[in-house]
Design a protein around this ligand. Structure first.
Ligand code: HEC
Ligand code: HEC
Length: 243
């Protein structure tokens, strides 16, 4: 199984970023003659729309994640993680380098409140036994390998929990397996104790493939909001989610 991201997936977004950069230079050159654009949320999220969609719904690029409806503190933590290089993806690292905590809070809140429709679930391309393994790990875990059920923290309907656990529904399989791969290889970190690092290192390549395939083929529930804070007792401590 290929956990690394193909160069096409890296370069396409870089191209998008270059275009955004050029637009910035162009507007700077015009700034003297034209009145300064107001700093509205619409203007701010323009810089994100090419890759995440105006409402954070994601795009058909398998590697660009949905942001909409994830808890605000989760999104905020990720923006800070990119700024402080606990997560690495050059366009994201670059975009948030000079943004203040307040700015990141506001933009995280904006995307957490968006409710665009979910994409159609993916049609699985793996065997039925692989899908069954994925479903088993997500809903029940694997006690023999000390893997807790993903649903124990991400929720039975996979929409996450307030304030800082993301939903897993509506994400592409490639994005999910790339994130689990980054935790295993140490290129993605969360605040310690980093429960996802512990969990990801207990998964084999086959397990990662199985959970990513099953998760990406699930329908979003009718009311896709994160579970209330404290409504589940997480089986491991996670530094980013207050206990
Ligand atoms: C060039 C494409 C691109 C642009 C522009 C972009 N992003 Fe991203 N963003 C990505 C990719 C790809 C990832 C996943 C990177 C990874 O971790 O491997 C990501 C990840 C994120 C995450 C973490 C999502 C999660 O579920 O963990 C947040 C939050 C985010 N972006 C917010 C923003 C905001 C806010 C902006 C605008 C200021 C923005 N992004 C602009 C491509 C982009
Ligand atoms: C003990 C609680 C817990 C369990 C169990 C758990 N997770 Fe997580 N997960 C988290 C937390 C907390 C985060 C946010 C980490 C951060 O802030 O970066 C997270 C984040 C993620 C993300 C990143 C989502 C994104 O948008 O980038 C993925 C993917 C993920 N988990 C998959 C899984 C899978 C698959 C399982 C089951 C094998 C699982 N998790 C089990 C707590 C948990």
């Amino acid at each position: 199984m290929e956990l690394r991201v193909s160069s096409r997936r890296i370069f396409r977004p870089l191209l998008a970023l270059l275009l955004i950069g050029c637009a910035g230079v162009y507007s700077a050159a015009n700034a003297q003659t034209q009145p300064k654009a107001p700093d509205t949320m619409e203007a701010r999220v323009q810089a994100c729309a090419a890759c995440h969609g105006v409402h954070g719904q994601g795009t058909d690029n398998d590697y660009f994640p949905r942001l909409a409806g994830k808890p605000a503190d989760y999104l905020y933590n990720q923006l800070v993680n990119f700024r402080e290089a606990r997560r690495r993806y050059p366009p994201m690292n670059y975009l948030v380098t000079y943004l203040s905590d307040d700015y990141l809070h506001e933009i995280a809140t904006y995307f957490s409140q968006q409710r665009p429709p979910y994409p159609a679930p993916a049609t699985p391309t793996v065997s039925t036994s692989t899908l069954a393994r994925g479903r088993e790990i997500v809903l029940n875990g694997d006690a023999s390998k000390q893997i807790p059920a993903c649903a124990a923290c991400h929720g039975k309907v996979l929409t996450g929990m307030q304030p800082a656990i993301p939903g897993l529904v509506g994400l592409h399989a490639d994005y999910i397996s790339a994130q689990l791969g980054s935790w295993r290889s140490g290129t993605r970190h969360a605040v310690e104790p980093d429960c996802m690092h512990t969990i990801a290192t207990r998964l084999t390549d086959d397990d990662v493939n199985a959970v990513a395939s099953w998760l990406s083929s699930q329908h979003a529930p009718q009311n896709p909001v994160p579970a209330p804070a404290g409504s589940m007792k997480t089986p491991l401590a996670c530094g980013s989610e207050p206990q």
